[in-house]
Design a protein around this ligand. Structure first.
Ligand SMILES: [Fe+2]
Length: 384
């Protein structure tokens, strides 16, 4: 089943559609795309296949894969150097979060007079970029989680300041996305589970956000249903193409929906990831029930409505029980201690969560003491 969509951008979904990559380049008038991916994926046949397909149609494609799992400013600078040296005219960004984010960042900054850091997501700083100088971006996700293929931002590490910076421009939204489930079948079960739970947290936090955005809310509800019906299958049998397809779509839906904002899971997962270098998706998955419980007073009604749609007992507890069961089914630990988090930074974490932009759209404006309480409960597996 091959279907094309144009919301929020042009999307080609279906098995094997990566084969259309050279045609897509032509459609966007690209004659020399730079393929940006991570060093692990660069070794795989999916990358050599894309290069062969483009070469066969006379496109001057080159590969750039010198990027870290958390892409840095230096990675983006050397990507820009390759882009300019090779006289490239567009970007194919392929990968999980790192390949996609690095590719989008190279595209936005390559031809600008300002630096990458002048395009940080602060106020109207994106106006520093000349949009006419941003080349077309084609995004090809190989995991179902971040949804960066439909996002207008990249997370890039500012090494000098030892922090993750969000680079933003509306034209960083890729011009064309290929959702090809064949590219995700090789993803190991544990990563399928962790990235899939990240996609769930995006849809769920967007659903719980207090901002007025019924479109995003509608997308989030269906995204959660797709994950409910497909994540266990994708984890149990990685070659289940139908489950892989639906998870890719649900991941794109999560990132589309979180234009409505994220919440406490991400507000805590960001500092936990920075301090303990733990997997982002696993952190969100562990934190999920504890954050839901901390928000219970104000989300009880919408969660009951959501539970009804999901064919669960139509109340908060019915939904919470499903989350706990799903986590068990896909082998997510119940507490943060199980992944090596200790109790040394609990107070700092509370303060960092309040300072994280994601906390602004949590349904309750918890203070740092409340966030410390949530992370302490998550550390100890305390659902009281
Ligand atoms: Fe996330």
């Amino acid at each position: 089943m091959n279907i094309n969509w144009n919301y929020p951008t042009a999307m080609r979904t279906g098995e094997g559609r990566t084969a259309e990559i050279a045609d897509i380049c032509r459609e966007f008038d690209l004659s020399a795309p730079l393929l940006v991916t991570d060093p692990g994926l660069a070794q795989l046949p999916m990358v050599s296949n894309i290069i062969d397909l483009c070469n066969a149609q006379g496109l001057g494609i080159k590969l750039f894969s010198d990027i870290k799992p958390n892409p840095t400013g230096a990675n983006v600078s050397s990507g820009i150097e390759s882009y300019l040296k090779g006289r490239h005219d567009g970007i194919i960004a392929l990968g999980g979060g790192s390949g996609l984010d690095a590719g989008k960042a190279i595209a936005v900054a390559a031809k600008q007079d300002c630096s990458l850091w002048d395009l940080e997501d602060i106020g109207d700083d994106w106006l520093n970029a000349d949009p006419r100088k941003i080349p077309p971006i084609i995004a090809v996700p190989t995991t179902a989680g971040t949804g960066s293929e439909v996002g207008r931002a990249s997370v890039i590490v500012n090494e000098e300041q030892e922090r993750k910076a969000i680079i933003f421009h509306p034209k960083m939204l890729p011009d064309c996305v290929i959702l090809d489930p064949e590219l995700t079948v090789g993803l190991p079960a544990a990563l399928t589970a962790a990235t899939g739970m990240d996609a769930l947290s995006h849809n769920l936090e967007a659903f719980c956000s207090p901002l007025y955005h019924p479109m995003a809310e509608g997308i989030a509800i269906e995204g959660i249903r797709l994950i409910k019906d497909n994540l266990p299958q994708a984890v149990a049998d990685g070659s289940n193409i139908e489950a892989r397809r639906q998870m890719l779509v649900a991941s794109s839906m999560g990132a589309t929906a979180f234009q409505r904002g994220l919440g406490g899971m991400h507000a805590l997962a960001h500092p936990l990831g920075a301090i303990y270098d733990a997997h982002h998706g696993t952190l969100n998955a562990i934190l999920m029930p504890y954050v839901l419980l901390a928000n219970r007073d104000v989300i009880e009604k919408p969660i009951a409505r959501l539970a009804g749609y999901l064919d669960l007992p139509a109340n908060f507890d019915g939904f919470l029980d499903w989350i706990l069961k799903l986590r068990q089914e896909v082998d997510i630990p119940h507490d943060l201690a199980a992944i090596g988090i200790d109790d040394k930074r609990l107070e700092d974490l509370g303060e960092m969560a309040v300072a994280d932009p994601s906390s602004a759209t949590n349904p309750i404006q918890h203070d740092s003491t409340a966030y410390t309480r949530i992370v302490t409960k998550a550390l100890n597996g305390d659902l009281s």
